[in-house]
Design a binder for this molecule. Structure first.
Ligand code: ARG
Ligand code: ASP
Length: 695
């Protein structure tokens, strides 16, 4: 009997372990630790997170607030994705020094390039602060009263936080605001570019292969953290020196095989795993199609111009990638939601929830949450779509309109007086400068003609002939002078006259109404989360991603996307050569790499069958922000670099289906091979600690 129970227990654990989840590193003891061991991990919870001793978490840095990176040498060498360092690589590139096309390798510390504004943040410790944050917050309060009590608690608490002068902190809500955690942070601001492969390796396959398996991309780049003479965070200075980390990841030369344990440690951005079915329907049937259409209209123009003109190709490389990435993701998300039957599954789950409420006599307490959510989602739909189309057109795709949004905000600030105006003007000038750093009027006007009809019938492309803002010097001239004068000049500019009514409508009507309804929705989601955990306590609940440090784990595993089709979990250099299209902008392969392939000159980096692995798949539950996260083996060594998910599984942000959701990692052996054999940068390899855990 006991034996059978044990078997059942193990089976349930095995199945559950494949169900995803992104866990809080300081709370792994117990369920997660056991589950990880059942998958083959030899790590203890304190190997991963420890406050008093160095642990894996000390090697994991939040890269510029949007990606993840990890320290891989005692001299602060930092690994992240090529696409995470893309705007830095791009910003140092020109027609003469085309680092995008040719790659970049610093041969010494002196050649490493500083990056203004770039930062990397580490987590020193994590504390549960739910009690202080929710003090005197009661169920009978309105959402607004609750929020104001929480703000009060936060203000009082912030004054008492114990930390060193050079450290920062962050308090974030978890489980929809049912829990709060404090993060003590260390932010380094002198981060220099060390190396990047050419785009034909770092972004091999480009948009065609993005979000797709099988994949053959060497999506990595290298940076270095510099610190002051006390090894503490500091602004850029020539006197800074390479940072000595508390921990850095050893790299395994033995790699992975199907079935091996992996864990991904990083900063996932945002997921929404506890939405009601109505919300998923709204996203997939209304919001995604709208946003896909607008981005597609912009991409048509940008892509055509990039192919035609080398300067535009460099100028728009990073912008294009940003627009195309979510565009393609949303298409995959819609397909996955459909294929997995997520809406029906959620509806069944909701029925189960209602039944549990009934059985436990809690219908009076929680029974109106779902009906209320349904009403609110239908109420918010129109305004939600308006808000999305404004943001896709005015903030994401069209650059002249983005300038107009910033300028309108500046005029709004001027109504508050000189000081507010001056602050807003400085900010606006910076924003306009940064847009003009890489700006083509021809491209932007083309984008305008394509996207604006999707927002309004009022189209006037002639504003591009007459506005000052297509030119940086003329823009700055308008912004120069005292407040009244600037506002008058601004209101005579044709693009401003055209755009201002749309922008004002957005800020005065659309956005406030959206926020009002959204606050109500959020309050109900908080209650829904609480009710779920109370009445169905045996489900696995992990907190939605919120840009805080998380652990996710699983196994190296293939998948079956369609009937009779099975995708193996590892790709090889042979596949790069299979995809090779000479001269193609997505699938060209550098000659040197082809030669290394011909000669099978793989150094120490081939697998035991003599093949060079490129990418592999795992069942780790990841999302945007996990890019650049380390994939760590059973003993804490680096084996992979996370950078993407498979097409069929991009819906994992809303619904994680263990059958088809997989994350994609670059095999570290390919990274080392490129650094060593392709780039000849073996001085970097010498800094690292290479290990053979399987021997
Ligand atoms: N899809 C991946 C992520 O969401 C990788 C994007 C970079 N690659 C590219 N071809 N744009 O960010
Ligand atoms: N590519 C994503 C990133 O940049 C990761 C993902 O969405 O899977 O973070």
């Amino acid at each position: 009997m006991r034996f059978i129970k044990l078997i059942i227990f193990l089976v349930v654990f095995q199945l559950n372990a494949q169900q995803g989840g992104m866990w809080i590193p300081s709370l792994l003891e117990g369920m997660n630790e056991t589950e990880m061991r059942s998958l083959g991990s030899k790590l203890s919870a304190s190997d991963i997170y420890d406050v008093n001793n160095s642990s894996l978490k000390d090697a994991i840095g939040h890269f510029n607030g949007g990606c993840t990176s990890e320290v891989i040498s005692e001299k602060g060498l930092l690994l992240t994705n090529h696409h995470c360092g893309y705007s830095q690589i791009q910003s140092h590139s020109s027609l003469e020094k085309d680092y995008i096309k040719n790659g970049f390798w610093a041969k010494s510390f002196e050649e490493e390039i500083p990056n203004e504004g770039l930062f990397v943040e580490f987590i020193v410790r994590i504390e549960d602060v739910t009690e202080v944050m929710l003090k005197r917050v009661t169920d009978d309060m309105s959402p607004r009263e609750k929020q104001s009590q929480i703000d009060k608690n936060r203000n009082a608490f912030e004054k008492t936080i114990e930390k060193e002068d050079w450290q920062g902190f962050k308090i974030s809500p978890f489980y929809k605001g049912n829990q709060y955690f404090l993060f003590i942070t260390e932010r380094f601001e002198d981060i220099r570019l060390v190396g990047a492969p050419p785009v034909s390796i770092g972004k091999f396959g480009s948009d065609t292969d993005n979000w797709v398996w099988p994949r053959h991309t060497g999506d990595f780049s290298l940076f270095r953290i510099y610190a002051d003479k006390n090894n503490r965070p500091a602004k850029y200075s020539e006197d800074n020196r390479p940072y000595t980390p508390k921990h850095y990841l050893p790299i395994s030369l033995d790699g992975i095989e199907e079935g091996d344990f992996t864990m991904v440690f990083g900063f996932p951005g945002r997921t929404n795993e506890y939405l009601p079915a109505v919300a998923i329907e709204q996203i997939t049937q209304k919001v995604n199609p709208l946003n896909i259409t607008i981005r597609e209209a912009a991409l048509k123009v940008i892509d055509a111009n990039m192919k035609e003109d080398d300067l535009v190709r460099i100028q728009y490389a990073s912008k294009q990638a940003r627009i195309a990435n979510s565009w393609k993701k949303w298409i995959g998300e819609n397909l996955g939601i459909e294929k997995s039957g997520a809406v029906t599954i959620k509806k069944d789950f909701e029925a189960e929830f209602l039944k549990a409420l009934h059985n436990q006599g809690k219908t009076a307490e929680y029974g109106n949450i779902l009906p209320q959510l349904e009403n609110l989602y239908s109420e918010i739909e129109d305004i939600n779509l308006k808000r999305n189309s404004f943001s896709q057109v005015f903030l994401v795709t069209n650059e002249l309109m983005r300038m107009m949004v910033r300028l309108t905000q500046m005029e709004m600030a001027s109504e508050k007086g000189e000081t507010a105006f001056e602050k807003a003007r400085d900010r606006t000038i910076n924003q306009i400068r940064s847009i003009h750093k890489n700006y083509s009027v021809k491209v932007d006007k083309g984008v305008y003609k394509n996207v604006m009809p999707l927002f309004t019938d009022n189209i006037d492309a002639s504003i591009y002939e007459t506005t000052a803002f297509v030119d940086l010097e003329r823009s700055l001239a308008v912004l120069n002078g005292e407040m009244r004068e600037v506002v008058t000049k601004l209101n005579n500019d044709p693009a401003y006259i055209y755009a201002k009514p749309f922008v004002l409508d957005f800020y005065q009507n659309v956005d406030p109404e959206f926020k009002r309804l959204n606050t109500e929705i959020n309050a109900l989601q908080t209650q829904y989360m609480k009710a779920l955990m109370e009445v169905m306590p045996n489900q696995r609940y992990f907190p939605d991603a919120n840009r805080t440090l998380r652990v996710t784990y699983g196994k190296v595993n293939g998948y079956s996307p369609r009937d009779a089709v099975y995708y193996k979990p590892v790709t090889y250099l042979d596949g790069v050569i299979e995809k090779y299209v000479p001269g193609d902008y997505e699938f060209d392969v550098p000659e040197k790499l082809r030669q290394l392939y011909e000669n099978k000159d793989y150094g120490d980096y081939a697998d035991k069958n003599g093949k060079l692995p490129i990418c592999f798949l795992g069942t780790n539950h990841t999302t945007g922000g996990n890019s650049g996260s380390p994939a760590i083996d059973a003993e804490g060594n680096l084996v992979g670099l996370n950078f993407d998910r498979v097409w069929e599984g991009t819906m994992s942000d809303i619904y994680y289906d263990p059958e088809i959701c997989r994350n994609i990692m670059v095999d570290l052996r390919y990274v080392l091979f490129i650094i060593d054999k392709y780039a000849g940068a073996d001085h970097l390899i010498k800094e690292m600690k290479l290990v053979h855990p399987k021997k």
